[in-house]
Ligand binder design. Structure first.
Ligand SMILES: [Zn+2]
Length: 901
């Protein structure tokens, strides 16, 4: 018997079946660097409108984690897509480098003794450390496959950046938005600094809950021999108690409990009775809160008389309805204290140590709790003590509880620009939609932003103090300092004397001798990154609104917020036109990933083992605007999906190896089924581009994987009988090749933002390629096809799925083996009959050897169709494997005979 294998046109391509991405991607990336791909992309788009995605700077400390990977990959989807769809979209990565974590890393990890060297030396070490971290993270980010200006990032320690930051600050000073004030702020004793709201995390904490009796001193003739009961979970603030607040409209009762008389809120009487384990009580009298105003009481520990005040912040949700008030240790307390002329008394220092005025001097606040409890008990003032677990603010870096503490701080007023902020939020496009409400709420309740920190590794607040202690915040002086920072970096502040930082000849009435001191506080790091819109989009070039900010949902209170405040202060406008936020990453069970639980997934490992493209494909597969899950199982599923796409590329490339693009078949000349698939490819382009425009990457993923399933399961299957069997340049074969080529072109382009390595790799094998890298192509341009083949074939695909079911059952029943061995007998309804008879090459499309459309009823019944499957009778062609009535002496069918000739 003759061999006919060499007369078949089998697929031929060097595109490898296995991606081996962990290794190959690194090689592709090296090539991209050599090719200067990013520069070429921008060059290609030089005359197109700009699209700025402004990178929110990650903090330069430690290896990148999955959250970083999600963020950077999403950004790269946008940048790559925009650069393929009519925009010039530069991407300048940024890093946030100042602040406590790096100071801590030096003292803890690098064992630097901070006190053994001058501040400017320590800061130099901080910068060196930050440089190492930036370099390390840059390599790790690059490994994800993102394109951008990695060699010219913006970094918050750069002199140019610091200069712009001070200039932004000067603008805010000029507008009267910066002030100094005493204020209870979130204070972290463990970090010895004030903290921003964004640096607070709420965790469960065990606290003593105490009820304290405060004897009435002056009851205004209404109450005698009685005690007010207050409640607190911070006994260490009892020494700083300077008032009791009551709600003016609430009712209060004077009760007798076994001869002792107390005043408590009426609504809370039952819970107080329970907490204090009273067996019974007798209500003697009822008052309005406003009746209590002006009464006074004696502090149980000191010879100190304090007033009862009314306050709107009093609620009856818990406690006793009489609110313990320490103006130096709480926000509401502070407001009420200010209003009523109380001292802002704060007997606790920066380390959280009580001072001597309290009688508990030297004790850390948490240790003072016990001593204070005992002192209260010895005075008979401690009515109840128990420990409760409740949500309490913690320092997000040290994980230790924070306190409220009144200190002198620098503030930026939010209150005075609230209307402009609200307007800016309204003018911004938020995705998801709830972002707008979250941002509005963030601003609504905010009065000012505490921008000072008592640390050293940061941008100094450019203020000076005169001999008489007056603080000097002068716009011209700040501009002078900004120039110095631009030239020497902000370390100059610590290297030089105050006089050498001031403009020459600077005088101030508060300094008759011409002596000045410089401020020692630095700026909140959120102020650093919050002014990045001034220089971060292209290195210190572009200013104005960015098209997009894209960060995690924690940035509504962080970077979205701080950037908005500074931009509105400076320009009256938001720094962004649109904001997209993404959720956090949990493990496969939806639990938070953590090192200690060992349920984390390391992106560097994933990239090494599976490849960045698999990681990127996972990112595209999730609904990133919510919290998302990742597990090894999910990664395996994603790699399955990846393999399907890869196999599709391989099959398509293998079958267009001899395709001459010039010999493409025009749409109208294509076989109908080819037209149908061509329209489907076109629809895919439309849908995917629409999804990219909406940042709906999960739709891109779904549409493409669904298409690949359809394409490989249907079209790639039956066309083998044309591609392998027909003459090389036959019209039928070129028609299919035309479709294959279009599919490749479209799939490679549509998937370049998501799978840049694989797209580039596949593109290198595409005949007729005309650029160096798939990234230099544009997105496909969808056409409008005016054809009714889609309707017809969509209906046919439903019929086909039933036929396939029948074939499958016949195969299971061992009636046939391969589908080619089948003789199909179709018994359609009149409507389906008309449809089937209108389909050219129906037998070929269904991949059977014989097919009859008959009247009657078959074994397998479906709606509008029944089917019989019988073995095809005749001879199997030795070349095309179809069962035919006759073969020649070489054992091949007449079709094959003709082809070979
Ligand atoms: Zn044949």
């Amino acid at each position: 018997m003759k061999e006919f294998k060499e007369t078949l046109i089998l697929p031929k391509t060097d595109f490898p079946m296995r991606g081996n991405l962990g290794k190959r991607e690194v090689e592709f990336q090296a090539t991209w660097d050599e090719q200067k791909l990013y520069e070429k992309v921008l060059e290609k788009n030089a005359n197109k409108p700009k699209y700025f995605l402004h990178d929110g700077p990650p903090y330069a400390n430690g290896d990148i984690h999955m959250g970083h990977a999600l963020n950077k990959v999403l950004k790269d989807f946008v940048v790559r897509y925009k650069n393929m769809s009519g925009f010039n979209s530069p991407y300048t990565p940024g890093w946030d480098t100042h602040g406590l974590p790096i100071e801590n890393a030096l003292t803890k990890v690098k064992k630097v003794d901070r006190k053994s060297m001058p501040v400017h030396e320590f800061r130099k070490l901080c910068q060196e450390y930050a440089e190492e971290q930036v370099a390390k993270q840059r390599d790790q980010f690059k490994r994800l496959g993102g394109i951008g200006d990695w060699d010219n990032p913006y970094v918050t320690y750069q002199p140019e950046f610091e200069k712009l930051q001070l200039q932004s600050f000067a603008k805010m000073v000029e507008k009267g938005l910066i002030f100094k004030g005493l204020k209870p702020v979130y204070w972290s004793p463990s970090s010895e600094t004030a903290l921003a709201e964004a640096e607070i995390e709420y965790h469960d904490h065990k606290s003593p809950s105490i009820y304290v009796a405060m004897p009435v001193e002056d009851g205004l003739g209404k109450i005698e021999n009685a005690e007010f009961i207050i409640w607190t979970t911070t006994p260490w603030t009892i020494p700083a108690n300077l008032a009791i607040c009551v709600g003016p409209k609430f009712e209060y009762v004077l009760v007798d409990v076994e001869g002792r008389r107390f005043v408590v809120g009426k609504e809370l009487l039952d819970s107080v009775k329970e907490e204090l384990k009273w067996e019974s009580y007798e209500i003697l009298e009822t008052f309005k809160g406003s009746d209590l105003e002006g009464m006074s009481y004696k502090h149980p520990l000191y010879d100190r008389v304090s007033p009862v005040l009314v306050g709107d912040h009093v609620t009856t949700e818990g406690g006793t309805g009489l609110v313990h008030t320490a103006p130096g240790h709480g926000q509401d307390d502070f407001i009420v204290g200010k209003k009523n002329g109380l001292d802002i008394y704060c007997p606790v220092d920066g380390r959280g140590i009580m001072d001597d005025s309290t009688g508990f001097g030297g004790l850390f606040v948490e240790d003072a709790n016990k001593e204070i409890g005992m002192a209260l008990e010895s005075k008979g003032a401690l009515l109840a003590l128990k420990f409760i677990k409740h949500s309490y603010p913690h320092d997000w870096r040290t994980n230790k509880p924070i306190i409220f503490r009144a200190t002198e701080q620098w503030f930026a007023s939010i209150e005075s620009m609230k209307d402009d902020l609200m307007k800016a939020v309204e003018d911004t496009e938020w995705l998801p939609k709830w972002g707008e409400l979250r941002m509005t709420n963030m601003i609504k309740d905010r009065e000012e932003w505490c921008i000072s920190r008592q640390r050293v590794w940061g941008v100094p607040i450019p203020a000076f103090y005169a001999e008489d202690g007056t603080s000097i915040l002068d716009v011209d002086v700040i501009h002078h300092v900004a120039e110095l920072f631009g030239e020497f970096g902000s370390n100059v502040w610590f290297e030089r004397e105050a006089k050498d930082l001031l403009p020459e000849g600077f005088t101030h009435p508060g300094s008759p001798n011409g002596n000045f001191k410089k401020e020692t506080d630095i700026m909140d790091v959120w102020f650093d990154s919050g002014t990045s819109h001034q220089g971060g989009m292209t290195p210190f070039g572009h200013t104005g609104q960015a098209d997009l900010y894209l960060e995690g949902s924690d940035q509504y209170r962080g970077w979205f917020n701080s950037s908005l405040s500074t931009a509105v202060a400076m320009t009256g406008k938001a720094p962004y036109k649109a904001v997209v936020s993404h959720g956090f990453i949990n493990d496969g069970d939806g639990k938070k990933m953590s090192k200690s639980k060992g349920n984390g997934i390391d992106p560097l490992k994933v990239m090494k083992q599976m490849g960045a493209d698999i990681l990127r494909m996972w990112v595209s597969s999730v609904d990133y605007q919510q919290d998302v899950r990742i597990s090894n199982e999910m990664m395996k599923q994603v790699s399955e999906g990846y393999r399907k796409i890869r196999n599709t590329y391989k099959f398509l490339l293998g079958n267009v190896f001899d395709f001459d693009v010039m010999k493409s078949v025009a749409f109208n000349e294509l076989a109908e089924v080819d037209q149908y698939v061509m329209v489907k490819i076109n629809d895919l382009s439309k849908d995917v581009i629409d999804a990219y425009e909406r940042f709906a990457f999960d739709e891109v993923y779904r549409k493409v994987t669904n298409f690949v399933t359809f394409f490989s399961g249907f079209y790639m299957d039956f066309t083998k009988d044309i591609l392998y069997i027909e003459k090389a340049d036959s019209k039928a074969r070129r028609s299919v090749q035309t479709v294959f080529y279009a599919a490749l072109n479209v799939l490679i382009r549509l998937m370049t933002p998501i799978l840049p390595h694989t797209a580039d790799e596949a593109y290198q094998f595409l005949p007729g390629k005309n650029v160096d890298n798939a990234q230099l192509l544009d997105m496909p341009e969808p056409r409008e096809y005016n054809t009714d083949v889609v309707e017809k074939f969509d209906a046919f695909m439903k019929v086909r799925s039933n036929v396939l079911k029948a074939l499958e059952e016949a195969r299971n029943a061992k009636v046939i083996g391969k589908s080619f061995q089948a003789h199909l007998k179709l018994y359609p309804s009149a409507e389906v009959k008309e449809l089937l008879e209108s389909i050219e090459n129906l037998q070929q499309i269904l991949i059977v050897s014989k097919l009859d459309i008959l009247e009657g009823k078959g074994e397998y019944e479906f709606e509008n169709l029944s089917v019989d499957v019988v073995p095809a009778e005749g001879h199997t062609c030795a070349r095309c494997w179809q069962v035919v009535d006759e073969v020649n002496e070489d054992g091949i069918c007449s079709r094959c005979e003709e082809v070979i000739e």
